[in-house]
Design a protein around this ligand. Structure first.
Ligand code: F6R
Length: 242
């Protein structure tokens, strides 16, 4: 939520408009969808700078993480509970009670996934979903062949994803095999999508997302279906665009 008299909402819509558009929910603050990984770190750092400078007011802002590893204790330093706390909740000064991460340690994962979808709905839906893209075209942990209609659920991580994320762990063996992730259908319901990608390793996935056919083998191609999706990339990540 911008500080009073600072920028208005991205759509220019008034608080009342946004409240109406979100089914009449109390317009207490924006609902952010947040990604982990390296791609959004610059965005979080800039948001944190603006919070410190008093340019934006995050009181009342809620956040929903995209995903979590399965079976990793929330206190593990690489659980997304920990990562989101370090890179989002604390630097942006969010109220921890308003920050949600899927429960990858629940005894009943299916019930936890349904509960996560319910919490998103009750918050009025996600206003802005930040995304990165995997080198294999995943968004969230929706690995290739994920259904475009999928909801929050348990998934098996692709071997490529585990190799790419091994840099956060001591060894490849320590990277969990499974995860809980918002589905592509869940992600597509956010009012705005903002995907950030940099580096040559993302060039192929970016080209397939933007110029390839809509195809479950490139889950990020689902962004082509969204009416308000923005992709921010550097030169290297854009190098295979025609
Ligand atoms: C993270 C997530 C993933 C990452 C993707 C890119 O919550 O859902 O889709 O955004 O794996 O990761 P980085 O940014 O580390 O290259």
């Amino acid at each position: 939520r911008p500080a009073p008299s600072a920028v208005s909402g991205a759509s220019g819509a008034s608080t009342a408009d946004r409240s109406a558009a979100s089914g009449g929910r109390e317009a207490t603050g924006a609902v952010l969808g947040v990604a982990t990984g390296s791609s959004p770190l610059g965005t979080y750092a800039e948001l944190a700078r603006r919070v410190r400078a008093g340019e934006i007011d995050t009181a009342g802002v809620s956040a929903f993480a995209l995903d979590e590893y399965l079976g990793l204790d929330p206190t593990h330093p690489e659980s997304y509970h920990s990562v989101i706390r370090r890179s989002v909740t604390e630097p942006l000064g969010l109220d921890p009670r308003r920050v949600h991460v899927p429960d990858g340690a629940a005894a009943d994962i299916r019930a936890a996934c349904l509960d996560y979808e319910r919490r998103i709905r009750e918050a009025g839906g996600i206003d802005l979903q930040l995304l990165g893209i995997g080198a294999n075209g995943h968004i969230g942990f929706n690995e290739p062949t994920s259904s475009f209609a999928s909801r929050t659920r348990l998934k098996t991580l692709a071997p490529r994803t585990r190799i790419d994320n091994a840099r956060f762990f001591g060894s490849l063996d320590e990277v969990p095999l499974h995860c809980v992730t918002q589905g592509l259908g869940t992600i597509l319901e956010a009012r705005q999508l903002l995907l950030v990608a940099h580096g040559e390793a993302k060039a192929d996935a970016v080209a397939r997302m933007v110029e390839g056919p809509l195809a479950a083998v490139c889950p990020a191609s689902a962004l082509q279906l969204h009416p308000d999706a923005t992709v921010v990339i550097d030169r290297a990540a854009s190098s295979l665009l025609r």
